[in-house]
Design a protein around this ligand. Structure first.
Ligand SMILES: Cc1cc2nc3c(=O)[nH]c(=O)nc-3n(C[C@H](O)[C@H](O)[C@H](O)COP(=O)(O)O)c2cc1C
Length: 274
């Protein structure tokens, strides 16, 4: 059994028989989100270096539509954290950054060069969001390679207007996610991923075995990290399930919905999604 893959995928891990000479890949396989941090500052030069690494991520058409905003001002940090008391790490992490999709820069270039064009249709929005996401994950992997721990924060989008006010975001610049950064306070744990049989397809898409695959995944994940009954999501709406697992939790989360305020805020900023 290949423990590098087993820790991530459990019994569904493929047997690939590869030698132990892929240190970067092994680091990625063992990566994890950290939400608790040691009370030790992160050198600002290191954060800036990691931002430079993040901005080295691939970029659609070389449009370079990601921007990163580092938030050091305690008042702004507190204002961003206030709506989310259930996630105290937003306010307490040693460093906090916001990864932005930036459709504005290309529009400004158009004006500068005398070829004005809107960049707020679906294509512009999607390209900018993808660029920001690639920069986010590139920052995370780079930070983890330096021994830091990170936690992306997409709940910020539920308060996009507040975020834009606090950070003085102009129209066309939107938050994709915040990011908590610090030295991890504990080892954390590897979060099991779905079996590759369900997420890795060959030649054609095939999810015929979904129900069985998910049942096995739920059981194995619960065996590793059981969900106590009091941690079941929204029992007042969904009841208390005898057998609870990842799929029940994610189905409940998805049914509750999130992010209703984001599209109207984006439209108010001029995004048409046409
Ligand atoms: C785009 C994105 C947004 C996220 N937003 C939040 C968030 O708002 N709050 C939080 O605590 N974790 C957030 N996370 C962390 C995920 O919950 C975490 O990545 C997931 O549970 C898998 O765990 P792992 O990264 O340790 O494998 C986010 C992750 C991503 C990629």
């Amino acid at each position: 059994m290949d423990s590098r893959l087993h820790d991530r995928f459990g019994s569904a891990a493929p047997e690939l028989g590869l030698p132990d000479d892929l240190p970067f890949v092994e680091r990625v396989l063992r990566r994890r989100t950290h939400r608790r941090y040691a009370n030790r500052p992160v050198p600002s030069a290191l954060i800036e270096m990691l931002c430079c690494a993040a901005l080295s991520a691939s970029s659609k058409s070389d449009f370079q539509q990601a921007s990163i905003l580092t938030v050091a001002d305690p008042a702004r940090r507190a204002a961003l954290a206030a709506p989310f008391p259930a996630m105290p790490w937003i306010g307490t992490a040693p460093n906090f950054l916001v990864f932005l999709g930036d459709t504005r820069r290309l529009e400004r270039l158009g004006e500068l060069r005398g070829h004005p064009a809107t960049n707020r249709g679906l294509e512009g929005f999607f390209n900018a969001a993808v660029d920001a996401a690639l920069a986010l994950q590139t920052f995370i992997l780079s930070a983890e390679s330096a021994g830091l721990g990170c936690c992306p924060i997409s709940v910020l989008r539920n308060q996009a207007k507040l975020v834009a006010d606090v950070l003085a975001l102009p129209d066309g610049v939107f938050p994709v996610a915040g990011l908590c950064v610090g030295w991890p306070a504990d080892a954390g744990h590897i979060s099991m991923r779905l079996p590759p049989g369900l997420t890795l397809h060959r030649d054609t898409y095939d999810d015929a075995a979904l129900a069985d695959d998910i049942a096995r995944y739920d059981a194995e994940r619960e065996a590793r990290n059981p969900t106590p009954p009091e941690k079941q999501r929204a029992p007042e709406r969904f009841g208390t399930a005898a057998a609870y697992g990842w799929s029940e939790d994610k189905a409940r989360q998805s049914a509750q919905g999130e992010g209703a305020a984001f599209p109207p805020w984006l439209r108010a900023c001029g995004f048409t999604f046409d």
